[in-house]
Design a protein around this ligand. Structure first.
Ligand SMILES: O=P(O)(O)OC[C@H]1O[C@](O)(CO)[C@@H](O)[C@@H]1O
Ligand SMILES: [Mn+2]
Length: 441
């Protein structure tokens, strides 16, 4: 039997991976350097001369990194001791072993794109932790916050929608509840348009009221397994005994507007009793510009709580309560910021795999998670999702993602070709979305 196809890589000149490594990643590094410059006086105020020296050091490490990338130098091991350093360096050796015949070294424009892109963000983190006392500085924080503030109008609309819905949710019949479920799912899907790494760090916020656009956006959903999610969760609800639980896990993606859409979905799952417990997974370190850390998630709930809009602050208060009462649990794990595809999870992070196995349903938000689910490979469009998961089946799962990378499986015969003919860059512009389910029905 033939093995899985080759990884996407910047060695394919002209591909999206190539353009990312050539243009977008250096652009993100330049922005990061600029951010450090702009915080110089803040570092001085906080730490005096030591703060200034640290800023200089971090900038020089990032400039060095940008130079390595742009001149396609070999990928070097991480040096600073951190919880995941050994795992990273072992992975680098593994990449090296794949090249042994040709005696080459892993390089930016040669190695798998998923690996080098993750590696860049890990090196950014290394530059920061090598520069105390500013070693807890989140270089992407202000971009994430800006996205949140610029999306205020849409956030108000979402929170109002949710709170109005709460008033009557107990009285809704099956069909009405299903309709509302589909709405919050789609809100969470289109929330994924707002990532900041595709735009090279330029802010993309949600300025219009998303709820009014859902109908117009429907034709852009290429795989729509929402019905499966409904039957799975409504069956759990029907069969559930009094004391038992239904747990939905959400592997988060971006902070800012997208996170609010995910929290709206999570709140709806509890109020509708489709679930009784939600586990969220975020990143332990700043990642792909806009990804959610524990700090981002706490910060957003705190912001909402203190809003002067009554429904927004009600959401903040309710959500904080869900956390206090243990109905919502936020977890992080270093696996999410390793370069491995998810099929490696049972070997690399067996504890995390065992945790996921206890979920009734796992929702994977965003493009990067999809790349890791499918191994970021050059699959045919019609290959079944189950096959591309390559043995990763901890529990029934669903990818909720807008397309921003040249990988898509599970399409109908001819669907991909037709899209290519009409919208040549359909895979990478974030305009199309999927709800792609895998699991027993
Ligand atoms: O936040 P998301 O949806 O995972 O998107 C991350 C983005 O970064 C990329 O990895 C490209 O740099 C794309 O796959 C995607 O555009
Ligand atoms: Mn992201």
């Amino acid at each position: 039997m033939a093995g899985p196809p080759v990884s996407l890589s910047a060695r394919d000149v002209g591909s999206f991976a190539y353009l990312t490594v050539k243009d977008r990643l250096p652009q993100i590094l330049t922005k990061a350097i600029d951010t450090l410059h702009r915080h110089k006086s803040e570092f001085f105020k906080k730490h005096g001369e030591k703060g200034l020296e640290a800023e200089k050091k971090a900038i020089s490490l990032l400039s060095k990194l940008r130079n390595e990338l742009q001149t396609d130098k070999p990928i070097v091991p991480l040096v600073e001791k951190f919880v995941d350093t050994d795992l990273w360096n072992q992975y680098l050796e593994y990449q090296q072993s794949l090249l042994n015949e040709s005696n080459g070294k892993p390089r930016w424009f040669l190695s798998p794109w998923l690996f080098v892109e993750c590696y860049m963000y890990r090196r950014i983190h290394e530059a920061i932790i090598q520069s105390p006392p500013i070693d807890d500085f989140d270089i992407f924080k202000e971009l994430k916050d800006q996205n949140f503030f610029e999306s205020q109008e849409s956030i108000i609309a979402l929170c109002t929608h949710l709170q109005e819905l709460m008033k009557t949710i107990e009285e809704l019949d099956e069909n009405q509840l299903k309709n509302e479920f589909f709405k919050v799912l789609q809100i969470s899907l289109w929330g994924n348009k707002c990532d900041l790494s595709l735009s090279g760090g330029k802010t993309i916020s949600q300025k219009t009221n998303l709820i009014n656009s859902l109908e117009d956006l429907k034709p852009f959903i290429l795989v729509n397994d929402m019905e499966h999610l409904w039957s799975l969760l409504s069956n759990c609800k029907k069969k559930r005994e009094k004391a038992s639980i239904t747990r939905v896990d959400i592997v988060l993606d971006n902070s800012g507007f997208e996170l609010v859409t995910d929290l709206v979905l999570a709140d709806f799952l509890l109020s509708s009793k489709l679930a009784t417990e939600i586990h969220f997974y975020g990143k332990t370190i700043p990642w792909f510009v806009s990804d959610t850390t524990l700090h981002d998630s706490n910060w957003i709930i705190e912001q909402l709580k203190h809003s002067n809009h009554k429904w927004v602050s009600k959401c903040g208060v309710d959500w904080e309560n869900h956390i206090k009462m243990g109905r919502w649990v936020y977890l992080d794990h270093i696996f999410w910021t390793l370069p491995h595809e998810f099929s490696a999870m049972p070997q690399v992070a067996p504890d995390l795999y065992a945790t996921l196995q206890k979920a009734h349903l796992i929702l994977f938000k965003g493009d990067l998670n999809y790349r890791k689910l499918t191994g970021d490979r050059r699959w045919e469009f019609t290959v079944p999702f189950h096959e591309a998961l390559n043995g990763f089946h901890p529990a029934p799962l669903c990818s909720i993602r807008t397309l921003k990378a040249e990988v898509q499986v599970g399409l109908q015969p001819g669907q991909g070709e037709q899209l290519t003919a009409s919208v040549p860059n359909w895979l990478t512009i974030g305009k199309y979305g999927i709800f792609q389910f895998d699991g027993p029905l």
